[in-house]
Design a protein. Structure first.
Length: 86
């Protein structure tokens, strides 16, 4: 999720204040979208439809590379990248 959308939803869930740029129908659409998320300790989680007791952490766009590296290339990862697995 891009940082602007992440920040807007997180701020709304923590303060119940809508982003200033929203008009008319956009406000209702934003509220419906924000209803799918929960804020906890400054992080955003998506509600899990299949397992309601297990929240899904929302990953910001700039966190993707680090996460992929940690799961695929790091020496402690589950496998050692394409070449190592091959």
């Amino acid at each position: 999720m891009d940082i602007t959308e992440y920040s807007n939803i997180l701020q709304y869930l923590e303060t119940l204040q809508l982003p200033d740029l929203l008009r008319g129908n956009q406000k209702q659409a934003f509220k419906r979208k924000a209803n799918r998320y929960i804020a906890s300790e400054g992080l955003l989680y998506r509600k899990n439809k299949r397992r309601p007791s297990q929240l899904l952490r929302v990953i910001k766009h700039d966190e993707k590379e680090k996460i992929l590296y940690n799961f695929h290339e790091d020496p402690l990862a589950g496998h050692f990248g394409f070449q190592g697995t091959y």
